[in-house]
Design a protein around this ligand. Structure first.
Ligand code: HEC
Length: 147
């Protein structure tokens, strides 16, 4: 479990390193779900396992927590869904389940969908250009250091 948690936290805070092949842009989960999904004002992950599976009008079916995580991989990260048996997907689901320990199934989660960043959740393009600029700077810096 410990190593699975480490993997999950790695994926959430540094998606670009731990799940790069599934991300189509340069954003990490934590750029939107701040503090690794713990911040109550930016769509926190805490308690979410208690509300899934849940019907979603967007795709007109019941979604598991894994489906919802994959939706962010596909839409927010402009990438691709992980397969159901992927250890990475299972690690993220286990992490969110752990963050939901003791929350009763179907409970109303007061901080759910609270989102200080929205109305701007920073737009994905502006976030992307920010991280591309940061990446370019670090390349320039390492070139300057002769690496
Ligand atoms: C570009 C911003 C962005 C990124 C990056 C992002 N998400 Fe999301 N995520 C959202 C938004 C917006 C929502 C919907 C919030 C709402 O319903 O109010 C959401 C919703 C979710 C939900 C469901 C929340 C709920 O209340 O049901 C989960 C779980 C989730 N994201 C996981 C992830 C994971 C894991 C990653 C990284 C692999 C990720 N997200 C990356 C923006 C993002």
């Amino acid at each position: 479990m410990a190593s699975r948690s480490v993997l999950a936290i790695g994926i959430v805070v540094n998606t670009q390193e731990y799940a790069k092949s599934y991300a189509g842009n340069c954003i990490n989960c934590t750029n939107c779900h701040l503090d690794g999904g713990l911040n109550p004002n930016t769509t926190s992950f805490v308690g979410l396992a208690a509300v899934y599976p849940e019907y979603r009008a967007r795709n007109a079916r019941v979604n598991t927590l894994a489906d919802r995580v994959n939706e962010c991989f596909e839409r927010s990260l402009n990438g691709q869904a992980l397969s159901a048996d992927s250890s990475k997907l299972q690690a993220v689901v286990a992490y969110i389940t752990w963050l939901s320990h003791g929350v009763l199934s179907g409970a109303t989660i007061p901080w759910r969908a609270s989102n200080a960043l929205s109305h701007g959740y920073l737009s994905i393009p502006s976030m992307e250009s920010a991280c591309l600029r940061a990446n370019a700077l670090s390349v320039t810096a390492s070139t300057a250091r002769g690496r």
